[in-house]
Ligand binder design. Sequence first.
Ligand SMILES: NC(=O)c1ccc[n+]([C@@H]2O[C@H](COP(=O)([O-])OP(=O)(O)OC[C@H]3O[C@@H](n4cnc5c(N)ncnc54)[C@H](O)[C@@H]3O)[C@@H](O)[C@H]2O)c1
Length: 322
Amino acid sequence: MSLGRGYSSPLWPHLAVRVSTAYFHTDYPPLVTIRRVAVIGAGTMGSGIAQVCAQTGWETRLFDAFPESLEKGMRNIDEFWERGISKGKTSSQQKEEWSGNLMAAGEMSVAVEGSDIVIEAVPERIDLKRTIFSQLESIAPSNAVLATNTSSLPISQIASHTGCPERVIGMHFFNPVPLMQLLEIVRHELVHESTISTAKEVGEAMGKTTILVRDVPGFATSRLGVVLGNEAIRMLAEGVASASDIDTAMRLGYRHPMGPLELTDLVGLDVRRDILNSLAEAFDDDSYRPHQLLDKMVESGDLGKKTGRGIYDWTSGEKRER
Ligand SMILES: NC(=O)c1ccc[n+]([C@@H]2O[C@H](COP(=O)([O-])OP(=O)(O)OC[C@H]3O[C@@H](n4cnc5c(N)ncnc54)[C@H](O)[C@@H]3O)[C@@H](O)[C@H]2O)c1
């Protein structure tokens, strides 16, 4: 068995990402040493994933189809690091090093060139993700792992749309990526074991605790999370209690670190609506459908913290009841 040279992270030097090539009879799995990562989609999740990859010491390229979103994603990362400096959690020198690892790519082909792993974080729409993966199959290196950060879509439905399902995998990060400990790795029937081990090692090098979950709609996390959030919105619409009282109920009554409505604002109302719709379709069960208040807010552009208004008003920088 031959081993890659391995990479030591400046943050977690004890971890080396090293993937063995135990299978000599095919071109896949290849000898993989993670050096370069591409992240597709520079929104809430993509920018967080790219940030942590850059901090891990990998050459990281971030791409978004919309230049203004790419700019915003890069700005958010920069501001996160600046806040870290002002709080004394990191140094300017460290930030400079991390910034040097990160590049905004104007073209997807530039982003994925030479990459060992591509992590996709575009909106939760199966058609869009399939299109991206078809493109990735032809433009990314033939040995690159192709990961999707989908919160709910069946990985098999994305993987089977490519000619290389064995290297497609779910890597479900949580928001905000730099702070959240969990990485849910989702395996589908055609994935190669070495793709799973690469995803796990990449996650661990990024400082995450990984769990391995079967490819069922909503996996182990999103299904429970969105149902709770949707029910909280229904209760808000029914006037059961104010948004902050519903949130306080779960924080103090059930020890949730954050209430379900505030969490919905943090995740993005559009993201949660998309997940609910995809669960309703996957399970053929309308009880998963988003409440009409959620639909209405998404249609009026109130998407949560990222747009300044959602269940709460965030325009002052603080959470305010609407
Ligand atoms: N927001 C969360 O809390 C959260 C948590 C876990 C997983 N996810 C999943 O992560 C994915 C992204 O979610 P998000 O919250 O970051 O969404 P977002 O809307 O914040 O970001 C999506 C980004 O993708 C870009 N984009 C759209 N079409 C594109 C294309 N064709 N090519 C490249 N970029 C494109 C958009 O411009 C946008 O910047 C979704 O699958 C979502 O379900 C979200």
